[in-house]
Design a protein around this ligand. Structure first.
Ligand code: A3P
Length: 327
């Protein structure tokens, strides 16, 4: 019975209690729950519990596919793309599960399942499984990094990540007056103080590993996929081991998958309009509709001054220096 909920894990609570807590602020800088600094990464305490258990017990299968990302970088989109690509031969696109299920219901968020005692959900998925995580590369369980399973990583211009995250947190907390101001949010982001921050270490961790093992990690950029979705849909299919056949290409299946997963379409499905929870989270209410906003590149231009944008770009360029990665 996959709905059977174990008690949320407590075995690491003594260690967690020793970790630095986020600085006290009058209003929350992110979800209204404690964040801890674990090995240089800010993680919500609850997710950290799940992460530590996952590191101990998760067993990958060689056919597993992991979607990894920094929050608000295109996770929902890539979940839909990977899931529909992988299932295209057994689910016809006009009756596809994505028409009735939010992408987060189709592809489970691993640390959340472990944090909420629902790890059986992951165990019962038939192979090839698709799962997602927001963990940085160095915190992934060894069973993922040392096996032959594959990882798809998506990253996005950090300026647009800030804006997207700002709106997302606002929706969860119930309005802009319930959280820090945008300018404060930006300042914290530049200091790495945000969920899973700092962002530059997250991106660089996957980038470096993808250079070492391109067969293991497909490193994608949100803005590039927006520009050429068909090209990247094909690359994705090839990487996850189900390339499009010539017949499928002639039948324009790639274009149909891209269309099914487009924000315009997805936003319009009734399932993604409803205010119910997208996932089995505990006290953070994350409705399905929250994951679809504009889905564009460059929305930061309406939210940041030129100086703010330049300062963040300079910071990121500095961090990326010598890596070969360009913002
Ligand atoms: P914006 O807030 O800038 O619109 P994540 O899925 O990692 O939480 O990221 C959410 C961001 O991806 C949001 O960005 C959201 O609108 C965008 N997004 C969601 N679905 C998308 C899709 N099908 N195509 C493009 N962008 C999408």
């Amino acid at each position: 019975n996959i709905h059977l909920i174990e008690n949320p894990p407590q075995e690491h609570d003594a260690l967690i209690a020793t970790l630095p807590l986020e600085p006290f602020l009058e209003r929350p800088f992110s979800f209204d729950q404690p964040y801890r600094l674990y090995k240089g990464v800010w993680i919500a305490e609850k997710m950290l519990r799940g992460t530590l258990v996952m590191q101990q017990c998760f067993k990958s299968r060689p056919t597993d596919i992991f979607l990894t990302s920094f929050p608000k970088s295109g996770t929902t989109w890539l979940k839909a793309m990977i899931f529909s690509t992988l299932t295209r031969t057994n689910c016809s696109l006009d009756k596809h599960p994505l028409l009735t299920h939010n992408p987060h219901q189709c592809v489970p968020y691993m640390e959340l399942q472990f944090a909420t005692g629902r790890r059986q959900i992951i165990d019962v998925i038939p192979s090839p499984r698709v799962m997602s995580t927001h963990l940085p590369y160095f915190l992934l369980p060894n069973s993922i990094t040392e096996s032959s399973c594959r990882i798809v990583y998506v990253w996005r211009d950090p300026k647009d990540v800030i804006v997207s995250m700002w709106y997302f947190v606002q929706k969860i907390l119930g309005g802009p007056d319930k959280m820090v101001t945008f300018d404060q949010f930006y300042e914290f982001f530049c200091q790495g103080l945000n969920s899973l921050g700092p962002i530059w270490n997250h991106i660089l961790g996957y980038w470096e590993e993808s250079k070492r093992r391109p067969e293991k990690i497909l490193f994608l950029k949100y803005e590039n996929i927006l520009q050429e979705p068909v090209k990247y849909a094909k690359q994705l299919a090839h990487f996850i081991g189900c390339p499009y056949s010539e017949m499928e290409e002639n039948q324009r299946v790639v274009e149909q998958i891209v269309e099914l997963c487009s924000i315009k379409k997805m936003k319009d499905f009734d399932v993604n309009k409803d205010g119910n929870r997208a996932t089995s989270s505990t006290d953070v209410r994350v409705s399905k509709e929250y994951f679809f906003r504009k889905g564009e590149a460059g929305d930061w231009k309406s939210h940041m001054t030129k100086e703010m944008a330049e300062r963040l770009d300079t910071l990121i360029k500095e961090k990326f220096k010598g890596s070969g990665l360009q913002i």
